[in-house]
Design a protein around this ligand. Sequence first.
Ligand code: ARG
Length: 571
Amino acid sequence: MGSTYEIVAERLARSFDRLVSGADPVLRASERADFQANGVMAVAKALGRPPREVAAEIVATHELDGIATIAIAGPGFLNIELEPAFLASQLASLVTDERLGLALAPAPRTVVIDYSAPNVAKEMHIGHLRSTVIGDALARSERLVGNRVIARNHVGDWGTPFGMLIEYLLDLGEDRAIAELSIGDLNTFYQGARAAFDADEAFQRRSRARVVLLQGGDPETRRLWRILVDQSVAYFSQVYAKLDVTLTPEDVVGESFYNDALEGVVADLDALGLLEDSDGARCVFPPGFTNRDGEPLPLIVQKRDEGFGYAATDLAAVRDRVDRLHADEMLYVVGAPQVQHFAMVFAVARRAGWLPDTVRCEHVTFGSVLGPDRKMYKTRSGETVKLVELLDEAIERAYDALVERGTDLEDAPRRELATQIARAAIKYADLSTERQRDYVFDLNRMLAFEGDTGPYLQYAHARLRSILRRAGEVELATVDFTLANAPSHALALSLLAWPDAVASMLDGAAPHRLCTYLFDLAQRLTAFYEACPVLSAEGAVRVERLALCDLAARTLALGLDALGIAAPERM
Ligand code: ARG
């Protein structure tokens, strides 16, 4: 069974199809009716007839089960009202459905999601926040509809800086280095290494020699490198746990994983005749990519010094994901500055035949997080901001707000609740912004209990749960929906739109669409409470109102969960 929206769209499509084969209406939620259908204009154009006349013909001839009235508006929009009995039975079918009408994918797809990807021995900063939060919301939502998600945390764990980092580790002594890294003092460590490198020529020489040893597979060097990787990954895992992000250490498949495949990438591109020499580097020039002067742009696969770069690794990763992981779909949640890199990698992979047209492959880009001055978010001293410190600050503020509100809780549960609220605040602020746009990081706004915020949605859910708790045991399965007033009718339409909200989010890899849906649902609840007192109602009316509360609570909880946000029972 499809969603209500799909059922109506499909039935209406038959009327359109009769006039022009293949013509489709586009349904939208509407202020003036249950749905508005667009698409009459296109049919009229194809037939060379006035739109309103075509609309009238559709209205006169429709034999649409479940549709009560269709009115013509404006130049040819159709305003559709559903049959009350149809609406009621659609809604009733959700009461006993844990998934609230959200169908499971009939043929589950394998979706590889590349996200988070911080760099070893470097601090996870606010720039990694968006990738982590957006990627995790997409992963959760894909799982929710029954797809198989393979998360790939493509951490930067290879390259020339590791010579310097290993030498610095030796100078510091293993134990001290481990101590520094394990508490997440990655910046101090990295900057220490950088400083030693810049100050001391002998250190530079040692570092270069160390890179050669690392690439040559020298066992002791590899062991030291492992320490850096393992300590960093352990620290990243702490950050993920703190953020409640589903990434695990098993999802870490860093750049180094592809080392053995890089020779093959070059050899195969060469055999395909795609490689060209440019200043001693081996490059592919995919058609359609030019610089400002109109000259063809190279994707550098192997550098002049024989070393492989970021692009070679990503080409190897595409092959691995398609051939070995059998990806049907690949999402790369990486910031907008890498647009060209991925466009070129995908273009080369397609040309080489490594990325079949049947595999959807998308760079899920996002904008920057800005400070109050609307510049890149930095500390006062101009340093990048540590992700954990932001979260800690949000937790403190949420905790204080709970104290101020006089929330009647012991200290430990209050701290737990504050953590849930802080995560919700930060994640929702990020996810509810259309991802291509920048946003200003403002904890005050994010943590507010009013407005379009995570805590507001959590509160909307907790309020419903509180009503349901107070109502006690009530049998909802036999509910009779009458939807007698406008607010309950509007709420019902929103509840029925849940599957479409999820579909639309996944369709555009656009979490903000689900956020918009949930916020709208929460707002409809406010109007509903005003018109429909719940606990003081009696008999069948009370049951109906409680059933609406139950559906709304479950929709909010499922929706928040899909975004990676907890829905606490009390607030
Ligand atoms: N580590 C990189 C960075 O911090 C991001 C890697 C993104 N993923 C990829 N497959 N290239 O910018």
